[in-house]
Design a binder for this molecule. Structure first.
Ligand code: 9D3
Length: 248
């Protein structure tokens, strides 16, 4: 799957491209990330990519012409790609959106804005979809573009090692994670729960599920409302609700 990113700050993408799961996926040919800098398509001596907003007000906008030139280059390289604008006005990007993108097989051109935003006519003419990564103010679309690519690329077949892939469609999907422990068995007076050392895989599975459900109920009850529950999960949740007030 190919991602071509329109950005004034290509160096920001070095870490994503060279490290970890995404770096390996690129080495394996599972994903490609290419960058197009609108500054390289300016015509004036100052290589101007921004300008003042019509109507006045604070801040600057990304100019139409250098953006158009960079987008046209990316579209020539990826003629069938969906053009995505990362923007605070977009739909909230979540795991469902990431899964859809990973399964779509479609290449994408990601437009990362700087300054106060871009000339609206770029959106009108080129943009197919607009995504936000959440309700907080960032200084540009580069981190959101990297968040999107990281979430999508790790879902592509072959991107993860065998252990992580096996976890991909876990029965605990859509719940918060259960607690995890590694060696040593005791440290600073803190012990690993006995059940995890019992060797009884059914007890361990049920303990993890109960922990996940308890944490989700306490911290993210919205997730439980959005998710189908099995009869086992409903039973455990009823037990948790019946005992709540005893512990914590
Ligand atoms: C404080 C500036 N805001 C005026 C009301 C507008 C604004 C312009 C540009 C706010 C943020 C940005 C830069 N952000 C993004 O390009 C961005 C973003 C984000 O800030 N939060 C969550 N998702 C995204 S996707 C792109």
């Amino acid at each position: 799957m190919r991602f071509h990113v329109i950005t004034l700050m290509p160096a920001m993408f070095d870490a994503l491209r060279n490290q970890g799961v995404v770096g390996r996926a690129i080495e394996r040919g599972i994903a490609q990330i290419r960058l197009w800098n609108p500054r390289d398509y300016t015509q004036d001596v100052h290589r101007t990519v921004d300008d003042r907003p019509y109507g006045g007000g604070p801040g600057m906008l990304m100019k139409y012409e250098p953006l158009r030139a960079a987008i046209e280059e990316a579209k020539a390289a990826l003629p069938r790609a969906e053009v995505v604008y990362l923007s605070p006005q977009g739909r909230r990007f979540d795991q469902t959106a990431a899964r859809h993108m990973a399964n779509s097989g479609r290449d994408r051109i990601l437009l990362a804005g700087r300054y106060e935003g871009i000339d609206e006519r770029i959106i009108e003419r080129y943009v197919d979809a607009e995504w936000s990564i959440g309700d907080y103010v960032l200084s540009g679309g580069e981190l959101p573009a990297m968040v999107l690519m990281d979430a999508v690329i790790r879902l592509l077949p072959g991107a993860l090692g065998a252990a992580d892939s096996a976890q991909q469609d876990s029965f605990m999907d859509g719940l918060l994670d259960c607690p995890h422990y590694t060696r040593p068995e005791q440290i600073d007076g803190l012990a690993v729960p006995q059940v995890l050392q019992s060797g009884n895989h059914e007890w361990i599975r049920r303990w993890r599920l109960r922990q996940a459900l308890q944490r989700t109920l306490e911290r993210r009850p919205d997730l439980l409302r959005d998710r189908e529950l099995s009869s086992e999960e409903r039973h455990i949740l009823d037990e948790i609700r019946a005992t709540s007030g005893d512990a914590e």
